[in-house]
Ligand binder design. Structure first.
Ligand SMILES: *Cc1c(COP(=O)(O)O)cnc(C)c1O
Length: 398
């Protein structure tokens, strides 16, 4: 029997789960920029996706006594912002293809429902034009959750431009330590421009991104040049931690240490200069091209293996994947084998909000228990991708 400890991700998988900075991050500047949420409209660069959700709900006028419809398959981090503004989440069903079950949503509409959150899982867009029309005809606001699709277009429009408001989680796509954004294609933003969270935060955002890169052997020359400053940072950090006043906000948002907590003290804080610079200067075309190519390579390598199938039949044109989600019959022993092999992977929504189970949505419960998702990000090297697909094949054939 596996205990919760066994299903924790390893301290460090053999290839990076999330993008890390490399010399190639800023390459290919001549290629045209692909569509992203930043094209949808007015933007506020904040420190996490969940902070952007809270700001979007505020923009929508969601407050005490209101209901926000949330998909039964969700990140735990989507719920605290709803509760923080005094509203109640009500969970709606998804179909077997992870699409919004509009009949179920319609059955849950009441006078109290102010907004519906729509997530395009793993970068594959939902039926966004249908959802937009549905929201318009029922007078409900749509919050497009682009946490998994920073990039992409659907029916000729950028992701993020279908909702009244949209949010994204830039950390999931760029080699940065913190970052999220709020956008709106349909309304002027009342949220003021966020302010810097201070020098300590600015330094930490930069150094942590560099450290993740060094941990995977990227940027060896920078690492050598920064050896001394990094030692100093470690020493300085110990000092700052000891001196920080009790109750002072953490130096980084909780999203950056993979918890689902929500800290309203980050609502007015701007994403770091470092993160914003990486987003501005990284090659967006390379991100989309590499992610699509890696996804297709994994899809081919894992086709027709026993006991699994990709969650999605195909990668639609114009989509940019976050991860490659594989629906497996018997997740626990497979997960243990992959873990032992050091394969990077995520079990998105493995834990659902208390009370959300198969009685609320059988498909969501199924995805929650049986989807294992593998990285396809732009910073995976060819040798890492080849090794990873071999290790996954071996684990499935064992
Ligand atoms: C990650 C995630 C969020 C929240 O993003 P953070 O940047 O981690 O706060 C919201 N929705 C979904 C579907 C997510 O996966």
């Amino acid at each position: 029997m596996l205990t919760p400890d066994d299903i924790k991700p390893p301290a460090r998988p053999r290839a990076p789960l999330a993008p890390v900075l490399s010399g190639a991050t800023f390459g290919a500047p001549h290629l045209p920029r692909p569509a992203s949420v930043l094209d949808a409209g007015a933007v506020r660069m904040v420190t996490s996706g969940r902070i952007a959700i809270a700001l979007a709900l505020r923009e929508m006028g969601v407050g005490a006594g209101h209901v926000v419809l949330v998909p039964a398959y969700h990140s735990m981090s989507m719920i605290p912002p709803v509760l923080a503004c005094g509203a109640q989440p009500v969970f709606y069903k998804l179909g077997p293809d992870a699409r919004v079950d509009l009949a179920d949503v319609a059955s849950k509409l009441t006078q109290s429902v102010k907004a519906i959150m729509v997530t395009s899982y793993f970068g594959i867009p939902q039926q966004l034009s249908e959802l937009r029309a549905f929201c318009d005809s029922h007078g409900v606001q749509m919050l497009e959750d682009c946490a998994h699709c920073f990039f992409g277009e659907h029916e000729g429009k950028p992701v993020g431009s279908w909702g009244d408001y949209a949010i994204a989680s830039s950390m999931k796509f760029f080699p940065i330590y913190e970052g999220g954004c709020l956008v709106s294609a349909r309304h002027a933003l009342r949220t003021p421009d966020p302010v810097s969270a201070g020098a300590g935060f600015e330094a930490k955002a930069c150094l942590n991104a560099l450290e993740s890169s060094f941990a995977y052997g990227r940027l060896p020359l920078v690492r050598a040049a920064l050896w001394l400053p990094m030692q100093l940072k470690a020493a300085l950090w110990g000092m700052l931690k000891q001196r920080r006043a009790p109750g002072a906000p953490n130096l980084t948002p909780s999203s950056s240490d993979s918890s689902f907590e929500f800290d309203p003290r980050w609502l007015d804080k701007r994403s770091s200069w470092f993160s914003r610079s990486v987003i501005a200067r990284a090659s967006h075309a390379r991100i989309v091209q590499q992610r699509r190519a890696n996804y297709l390579q994994l899809q081919q390598a894992l086709a027709e293996l026993p006991g699994c199938r990709p969650l999605f039949d195909a990668l639609p044109a114009g989509a940019c994947p976050w991860l490659f989600p594989l629906l497996v019959e018997d997740p626990q022993p497979l997960f243990a084998r992959l873990h032992a092999a050091g394969v990077p992977m995520t079990r998105f929504a493995e834990t659902l909000w208390p009370g959300v189970d198969a009685s609320v949505c059988a498909n969501s419960a199924n995805f929650s228990q049986r989807v294992i998702a593998f990285p396809v990000h732009q910073e995976l090297r060819d040798d890492e991708l080849t090794w990873m697909s071999g290790a996954i094949r071996a684990a499935l054939n064992a």
